[in-house]
Structures are given as structure tokens and as C-alpha cells.
Design a protein around this ligand. Sequence first.
Ligand code: PRP
Ligand code: URA
Ligand code: MG
Length: 211
Amino acid sequence: MHSQVKVIEHPLIQHKLTLMRKAETTTTTFRVLLKEISLLLTYEITRDLPLKYEQIKTPLAPMNAPVIALDKKLVIVSIQRAGQGILDGILELIPSATVGHIGLYRDPKTLIPVEYYFKVPQDIDQRDVLVVDPMLATGNSAVAAVERVKSTNPMSIKFLCILAAPEGIEHFTEVHPDIPLYTTAIDDHLDENGYIIPGLGDAGDRLFGTI
Ligand SMILES: O=P(O)(O)OC[C@H]1O[C@H](OP(=O)(O)OP(=O)(O)O)[C@H](O)[C@@H]1O
Ligand SMILES: O=c1cc[nH]c(=O)[nH]1
Ligand SMILES: [Mg+2]
């Protein structure tokens, strides 16, 4: 496994992922589960946030207490549509994060991503960025999205997905060996339509009920 790839195997996450995969899981439940997994992942991927110390008073005594020491808030860049499900979870824990959007869809025949929207904070060059999308299949969408974000010169970039195919991991790590990639599972293979097997189906469709 490439050293930049981290599979987060927490039992709560794995259990919830199994529920998301089930064909009979409704859109309402799928949305709740994706949000819950995203909350748990936020805990993991923010482990290395810097801390500084601030003088405070508890009801009983003064104390030098830790607080997060980011000059500029984190930017979460969501790959639309399905990235929205992860974004909602992260924003619950980090409400002060700024948000960027990349509109991308995969052409179903060529599997090449088509960009239809791009908007990120103007001062992104002074911020750390987390790019989110639940699915890394061929990796074409994530590769293109990270390329686009790189062109805005942020201080750092991480990529977070829920489910990855080995083909997507290979592609992503080859093009972006400098970008840490977090996922909760690596599945078996892609089918002839570029879907992850066993996977969970089309994340965007399941999240928004457009099946
Ligand atoms: O690794 P890839 O082969 O590029 O596939 C992954 C992409 O496919 C899905 O989006 P989709 O194109 O279905 O768009 P949607 O979110 O609007 O449904 C998914 O959310 C990723 O963005
Ligand atoms: O399995 C897949 C592949 C691409 N996009 C999805 O939503 N699911
Ligand atoms: Mg889709």
C-alpha cells in the first residue's frame, strides 16, 4: 500500500458503511449514515491540526488551555453532487470552515469527468484544503478535482473518500503522489461501466433519490 493512503477501519465506520451498501437502505437512511461516517472521519483527519495555548479562567482557577491554532480556517472542497453528503457532516463539527465547490460529473460512456462549476475562497493560497467525494472509482474525477485545486496554490491538500477501487487508488497515487488519501474501504474491482464492485451503487443517486 502506498504510504500516502490511509484506510480508516474504526468499527463504527465499518458498520455504518455496511448499512450504506445494502440495496434496501433508503435515501433518508443513506443520507444520515453518510453524515455520521463523515463526522467520525473528521475526528480522524483533523488529528494533526496545530494547537496553541491561551490563558483562560475556569470557575475555579486560571489555566493555560489548548485551542486550534489555524490563522485561516480550513477549506472543504466538495465534489458535486455526492461530496455534499460528506460536507454536511464535516461542517457540523467544523462550522467555521470555508467551503469550495467543484461541479463534476463522469461521462457515463467515456468515464471522463466534465466540469460544470468551480468556486473556492479567494484567499485559498493561505489555507489548507480538504477535497471530499464519497467515491473513488477510476479516480478520474478526484484526479481532475485535485489538479484544479492545486492550480489555486493552497498551503496543503488532502483527499477524503468513503469507498475506493484499487484502480482509482493506483491512478490517484500515480498522478498525485504528494496528496494524502483517506478512505474507509478499498473494494475489489470496477465493473465494465466503471462502478465499484461490490460498492454501494451510485452515491449521488442514492443520496439524492434520483435513482
Ligand atoms: O473515480 P471516478 O470514475 O471518476 O468516479 C467517481 C465519481 O463518480 C461519482 O460522481 P458522478 O459522476 O456520478 O456525479 P454525481 O455526484 O453528480 O452523481 C462520484 O461521486 C465521483 O465524483
Ligand atoms: O461505484 C461508483 C462509481 C462511480 N460513482 C459512484 O457513485 N459509484
Ligand atoms: Mg452519480
